[in-house]
Design a protein around this ligand. Structure first.
Ligand SMILES: Cc1ncc(COP(=O)(O)O)c(C=O)c1O
Length: 409
C-alpha cells in the first residue's frame, strides 16, 4: 500500500469540537491526586513517602524470568492464546486453596481473576451502582475506590474511621435511613490510615449488614502483610453469602503484573464476568500462567515472608524517627502490617499547603484530605514506609520534622 501523501490538501479544515462529545460521566472522572504528586516526587533527590509502592529491590525478578521461560517452554501456545474471562483454572484452584488456608471458604467457581483489584472496584461500580444510589465507605478511604465508584454517580456517605477501623456503631442509623447499595470496607491495615477493624466491629458489621440486607465489599490487599500481632478473621468468613472479597498480588508479589482476584457467590461472579467481558475479555493468560508457576514453586509464600520482615523493620524505623523529629502536637497510627502510617497535625496546619514546603525540602507525602469522600482531613497525611530504604526513611522524616516545626511555629 502506498503511504498517504502528506502534501495532499485536507478534504476539510473544519475540526471536531471534541469537548462537546464527551459523555456526562466524564465530568466525574479525575486524575488521582496521588498520581499527580508522584510525578514530581520522582525527581531523584526527593525522598517520597507518597506512593503505595512496594520495595522494588525485593521484587523476585530472577524467579519471574525463570517462570516466564518455563511457561513458554512447556505451555507456550496456551500462554499466548485467548482464555476464559473467569481466569486460568489452575490459578483459580491455587487461589481457592490459598484462600481456604487463610480461612476464606472458596471454590474455583467463586473466583474471578481481574486486572488488579482496581479493575474489580470498577466492575463492582458497573454492576451495582445506578446514578443517585447511596454507597457507604470509610471516612477516609482508598482514593482509587472513590475514583472508580464516582464515575457511576452514587451519593457516597462516609463513616468515620478511628484506630480500631470503621466506627460501625454509627452505621445503623445510616442503613435504616439510606438503604445503601453496599458498604465498602478496608478490614486490614487500612489505606490510608494503617488501622485494622477489630473483631467486635467485624461481627457487628456483619450482623447489621445482614439485618438490613446490604452487601459488604471487603477490600483486603494488605491482610497477608501482618508483621505484628494476631490475624483477625476476614469478614467473609463471618458471612460468606453477603460478602464480596477482593485481594491482589500487587502488594505481596509485584504490582506491575496487574493481577487481582474476587471471591464471591457464583451468581455475583457471573455478573462481574459479563461486565469484564465488555471491558477486556480476560486478564492476560501469560501473566496468570507465570503467577501460577510462581505460586507452585513456593516463591509467593517465601516472598511474603521476606517483605513482612522488611516492612516491619521499616515501620519501626519510621516511628522511631517520628518520635525523634516530629514536634509536639503531631500524632500518628502504629500499624501492625501493610504499607501506610497516618499522621494528624494540629488543626492550624493545612497539609496540602505543607506539601509544597515539604517538596522544596525534598520530601513528599500525600495530604490526607484526598482520601475523604467529603471535604475533611485537612490536617492529616499518609506516609508510606515500604518503599524507601532505612537511611532514606530517617533522613526523610528528619526533613519533614523540620517542615512541620516551621509550620507549627
Ligand atoms: C485498598 C486498595 N484497594 C485496591 C487497590 C488496587 O490494587 P491493584 O494494584 O491490585 O489494582 C489498592 C492499591 O493501592 C488499595 O490500597
Amino acid at each position: 500500500m502506498t503511504p498517504p501523501d502528506s502534501n495532499q490538501p485536507l478534504l476539510t479544515d473544519v475540526t471536531t469540537r471534541w469537548d462537546d462529545k464527551f459523555c456526562d460521566r466524564c465530568q466525574m472522572m479525575s486524575s488521582s491526586v496521588i498520581r499527580e504528586i508522584l510525578k514530581f516526587t520522582q525527581m531523584p533527590d526527593v525522598i517520597s513517602f507518597a506512593g503505595g509502592l512496594p520495595a522494588p529491590e525485593l521484587f523476585p525478578v530472577r524467579e519471574f524470568e525463570e517462570a516466564s521461560r518455563h511457561v513458554l517452554r512447556t505451555k507456550g501456545q496456551e500462554a499466548l492464546q485467548y482464555s476464559p474471562t473467569e481466569g486460568f483454572l489452575p490459578l483459580k484452584e491455587a487461589l481457592a486453596d490459598k484462600m481456604r488456608k487463610y480461612g476464606v471458604p472458596a471454590d474455583p467457581d467463586n473466583i474471578l481473576l481481574t486486572n488488579g483489584s482496581q479493575q474489580a472496584l470498577d466492575l463492582i461500580g458497573r454492576v451495582f451502582i445506578d446514578r443517585g444510589d447511596v454507597i457507604i465507605t470509610g471516612k477516609p478511604t482508598y482514593l482509587g475506590a472513590l475514583q472508580a465508584f464516582k464515575v457511576y454517580r452514587p451519593k457516597i456517605i462516609g463513616i468515620p474511621v478511628d484506630d480500631q477501623g470503621m466506627q460501625v456503631e454509627t452505621l445503623e442509623v445510616v442503613l435504616r435511613r439510606e438503604n445503601p447499595k453496599f458498604i465498602y470496607v478496608l478490614p486490614n491495615f487500612h489505606n490510608p490510615m494503617g488501622v485494622t477493624l477489630n473483631l467486635e466491629r467485624r461481627i457487628k458489621l456483619v450482623r447489621l449488614a445482614a439485618e438490613y440486607g446490604i452487601p459488604i465489599i471487603e477490600d483486603d490487599p494488605y491482610g497477608e502483610l501482618r508483621f505484628e500481632g494476631e490475624d483477625i478473621s476476614p469478614i467473609i468468613v463471618l458471612h460468606k453469602e453477603n460478602v464480596l472479597y477482593l485481594s491482589t498480588f500487587s502488594k505481596i508479589l509485584a504490582p506491575g503484573i496487574r493481577l487481582g482476584w474476587v471471591v464471591a457467590p457464583s451468581n455475583i461472579i457471573g455478573r462481574l464476568v459479563q461486565a469484564k467481558q465488555a471491558t477486556d475479555l480476560h486478564t492476560s493468560t501469560f501473566i496468570q500462567m507465570i503467577t501460577h508457576d510462581i505460586m507452585q514453586r513456593g516463591i509467593l509464600a517465601a516472598h511474603s515472608k521476606i517483605i513482612r520482615k522488611v516492612y516491619g523493620e521499616r515501620r519501626h524505623i519510621m516511628t522511631s524517627a517520628m518520635q525523634e523529629h516530629f514536634p509536639p502536637g503531631v500524632t500518628w497510627t502504629k500499624p501492625e502490617g501493610g504499607l501506610f502510617m497516618w499522621a494528624v497535625t494540629p488543626e492550624t496546619v493545612d497539609t496540602m499547603k505543607l506539601l509544597q514546603s515539604a517538596v522544596e525540602k525534598k520530601v513528599a507525602f500525600v495530604p490526607g484530605s484526598v482520601f475523604y469522600p467529603d471535604e475533611d482531613g485537612q490536617n492529616t497525611m499518609r506516609l508510606n514506609f515500604s518503599n524507601a530504604n532505612p537511611e532514606m526513611i530517617k533522613e526523610g522524616i528528619k526533613r519533614l520534622g523540620r517542615v512541620l516545626e516551621d509550620q507549627i511555629a
